[in-house]
Each structure stands twice: as structure tokens, then as C-alpha cells.
Design a protein around this ligand. Structure first.
Ligand code: GLN
Length: 447
């Protein structure tokens, strides 16, 4: 109830939550109390959690930040929600996000922009900006987000919290509204690496209802926390510290690296030569997959349907024209274009080849180091409205986050300091496949 009171007081200014339902929250809290009384409580029983509005949750509106799903109440739980429910976590509400997770500033939501709790003039980052703002403002102790091209790490960085995008396939995508299926991955957002590790213990695991879910033995993501860093080889990619990185973000990252060196880490320079190509490759592949995934919103089965229309084709057209916002329409147009006959080879196939090169770059780098460090974004949070009329400018700000998703690697953001304007700056830690526990320990050293 402390958190509910804070949401009541602060959410009107932050707009971090789309839906809060006090009666449902209290009912879940009673179930947690009963488990405690019965002696069946686990470590996280009764811990409140906020869910990005992209995870289907039975009985709750699951809008995905879109007018298209404004009236959609999910009849079932996403796998991660099911796992959190079983662990006894209590739903505080559903957090705001860029429409269908497309964006880097949370300005693309049908429910309005989210404000950054550190500075209400700043964007919180996106697309999981509601979850990041909620944790940063202590409206929730932990939250779930999703990351297709940076949407957990970038808002975590801009809001001064910790967030981790696991290796692709570690967390089930079942019941998570699809944006770009080969890139999407859910993950924890919290104040600390330790809290992220505890939550990852709950949500990770095989799920037969997601065909890309990996069948692996369960692991304890807290197991390396507190271990010494002596001998850890930290790679700094030359391309991440070149033109385009603002000097104050560079200063914060350099002092974080110096800190780790003091703790015994060994620093090596590595190279990720195809970094620049991650932007065009991602902005071909993600819209291509999105255009296919979003074809299901046709006004027939669920979601928005235009009130007046002629024939069936007219119904589809009006429904989609009314239901989708402008960024989503832009992505659908780009996606259908790059997949169309005659252009497929020139764009989509090329992008897939670049994707393979980027994955290869990382493997070459990991032959020389254990983790890669760098910035999450070129600058600290920019102002609301600053880039919203220039999509390309917005896409360029994703330069340090996209390649990780193209390669399917785990990566996280941990608070590392502040920019000259006082806004938070996160350090990005990128690991090889399944190196989550090691990365969480590196992040833990800052806390
Ligand atoms: N900013 C990127 C995009 O708009 C990434 C978003 C995400 O990770 N969901 O596609």
C-alpha cells in the first residue's frame, strides 16, 4: 500500500502507469499473505512488481501502448507473468511504453509521453520508459521490460536504474506482444544488479509454447555476486569511443572502467568493425518482422474496429488507419517495402548478412575478453520533443544497443554517474551467450 500511495501521488506527473487496479493488487497481496501464513512463501512472495503493458495478463488490459489494443483485456497470462504469479509477486499495475515497443523516448505512446523522474523536461528513454520511470521514482521496487534493440538498457540508463536483457531464448516470449520476434527478449529492471538477478531467477526457463525458448538446466543468477574481479578481461570496443559519443558520457564510462581496473580487472582494446551497419540492418529487419507480426490487427478478432466502413477491405483499412500511430505505420511501410518482390535481395537479405557479420565481430572480440564495456547511448536523456519530429535522428541514438540484439547476446545497463546536465548515465556491460551471472557480478561492484 506504500507503493500504491506513491503511485497515486506521483503518477499524474510521471505518467509511468497506464493501468492501476487497486482491488486486483490487494487481492493478490492477500494471496501472498496467506502463503506467508501457511509457511509456503518464497523469497519474493509479496514483493510488488510493475509490468510493461506488453505482457499479456489475465483480466488486465494489455494495450501495448496502442489505441489498437486500448479495449483488449487479455484472457491469459504470458509465461513470465505466470512465473511471477507462482513466485508470489504482487502486480502493482501496467506500465507505459512506446506503441508496440517502437521508439527510444516513450513519446510514441497512445497514452502520452512518460516523464523522467530526474528531470521532468527529459525523456525517460524507451520503449520500456514507464517501467524505468516507475522503478527510478520508487513507484515499484522491480519491473519487467522488453528489449528488441535497447528498450530495457536505454531507459534504465536514462533513469539511473539497472536493467538486463538476457541471452535470446532464456526468457519465454509466450504472451509477450510480438514486435520483431527474432530480436525480442523480456528482462528485469530494478535498482540493483542483485534485484535483477533474483527476478531473472524467477522469469528465466524453458517454455514449450515459445519455439525459440532454450532448454537448459536452471541456474542461479546470483551465484557470482561478490566474487573478486581479479583477472577479468574487460574489452573496450574502439568503435564505441569514436565520434558521436558525447564527452560527458565518455567521462563517466572512463571513470567506471578505471574503477574496475582498481578492482583487478585487466583492460584490453577490442574492435567491433561492423557497429555502424547495425543501424541500417536493424531498421530493415525489425520493421520487416513487425510488418508481419502486426498484420494480425485487422479489426476482426480483437482490438479496435472502425465504427463505419463499406466492405471488408475498407474495414481493414479504416481500422488500421485509426488504430496505429504514425511511427507504427512508418515501420509497417518500411517492413512491407523491404520484403516485397524485387527489393527483398537488396534490403532484407543484405541485412541478414550484416547480422551474421555483427555476430562474428562479437565472437572475435570475446576471444580476447570476458565482457565488453561501453556506453548505452551517445548522450544522457535528451529533452521531450527534441527528436520526435526526426525519426532518423532518433534511430541513430540506438547505435550502441542494436548490435547486441542482432547477435542475440545478453547485455545490461548499470548506473555509473551523471552527465554535465545532472542526468543519469549508465554503463553497458555486454557478455557472451549465457554470461548473465558474470555480467551481474560486474554491475554489482558499482553497488
Ligand atoms: N529504439 C528501437 C526501436 O525503436 C528499440 C526498441 C526496443 O528495443 N523495443 O525499434
Amino acid at each position: 500500500t506504500d507503493y500504491l500511495a506513491r503511485i497515486d501521488a506521483l503518477n499524474p506527473a510521471l505518467n509511468a502507469f497506464i493501468t492501476v487496479d487497486v482491488a486486483k493488487t490487494l487481492a493478490e497481496a492477500r494471496v501472498a499473505d496467506a502463503a506467508r501464513a501457511a509457511g509456503t512463501a518464497g523469497l519474493l512472495t509479496g514483493v510488488p512488481i510493475a509490468y510493461k503493458d506488453i505482457f499479456c495478463q489475465q483480466g488486465w488490459r494489455t494495450s501495448c501502448g496502442s489505441k489498437m489494443l486500448d479495449n483488449f483485456v487479455s484472457p491469459y497470462d504470458a509465461n513470465v507473468i505466470e512465473r511471477c504469479r507462482t513466485a508470489g509477486l504482487v502486480t502493482l499495475g501496467r506500465t507505459n511504453m512506446d506503441e508496440f515497443a517502437m521508439g527510444s523516448s516513450n513519446e510514441n505512446s497512445f497514452y502520452g509521453a512518460v516523464k523522467n523522474p530526474w528531470d521532468l523536461a527529459a525523456i525517460p528513454g524507451g520503449s520500456s520508459g514507464g517501467s524505468a520511470a516507475a522503478v527510478a521514482a520508487r513507484l515499484a521496487p522491480v519491473a519487467l521490460g522488453t528489449d528488441t534493440g535497447g528498450s530495457i538498457r536505454q531507459p534504465a540508463s536514462h533513469c539511473g536504474i539497472t536493467g538486463i536483457k538476457p541471452t535470446y531464448g532464456v526468457v519465454s516470449r509466450f504472451g509477450m506482444v510480438a514486435y520483431a520476434s527474432s530480436l525480442d527478449q523480456g528482462g528485469p529492471m530494478a535498482q540493483t544488479a542483485e534485484d535483477c538477478a533474483q527476478l531473472l531467477n524467477v522469469i528465466a526457463g524453458f517454455d514449450e509454447r515459445d519455439s525459440t525458448s532454450l532448454e537448459r538446466a536452471a541456474e542461479d543468477y546470483t551465484r557470482e555476486l561478490g566474487q573478486p574481479l581479479t583477472g577479468l578481461r574487460v574489452g573496450l570496443p574502439r568503435e564505441y569511443f569514436a565520434d558521436g559519443l558525447s564527452s560527458d558520457v565518455a567521462r563517466v564510462i572512463e571513470s567506471a572502467v578505471a574503477e574496475l581496473r582498481k578492482l583487478g580487472a585487466e583492460v584490453v582494446e577490442v574492435s567491433l568493425p561492423n557497429t555502424e551497419l547495425s543501424i541500417p540492418a536493424y531498421y530493415v529487419i525489425a520493421p520487416a518482422e513487425a510488418s508481419s507480426n502486426l498484420s494480425r490487427y485487422d479489426g476482426v478478432r480483437y482490438g479496435h474496429r472502425a465504427a463505419e466502413y463499406g466492405d471488408l477491405a475498407d474495414m481493414y483499412e479504416k481500422t488500421r488507419a485509426e488504430g496505429f500511430g504514425s511511427e507504427v505505420k512508418r515501420r509497417i511501410m518500411v517492413g512491407t517495402y523491404v520484403l516485397s518482390h524485387g527489393y527483398y535481395d537488396a534490403y532484407y537479405l543484405k541485412a541478414q548478412k550484416i547480422r551474421r557479420l555483427i555476430a562474428g565481430d562479437f565472437q572475435a572480440a570475446f576471444a580476447q575478453c570476458d565482457v565488453i564495456l561501453g556506453p548505452v547511448a551517445p548522450t544522457a536523456a535528451f529533452n521531450l520533443g527534441e527528436k520526435s519530429n526526426d525519426p532518423v535522428e532518433m534511430y541513430l541514438s540506438d547505435i550502441y544497443t542494436l548490435s547486441v540484439n542482432l547477435a542475440g547476446l545478453p547485455a545490461m545497463s548499470v548506473p555509473a554517474g551523471f552527465a554535465d546536465n545532472g542526468r543519469p548515465v549508465g554503463l553497458q556491460i555486454i557478455g557472451n551467450y549465457f554470461a548473465e551471472a558474470k555480467m551481474l557480478n560486474v554491475a554489482h561492484q558499482f553497488q
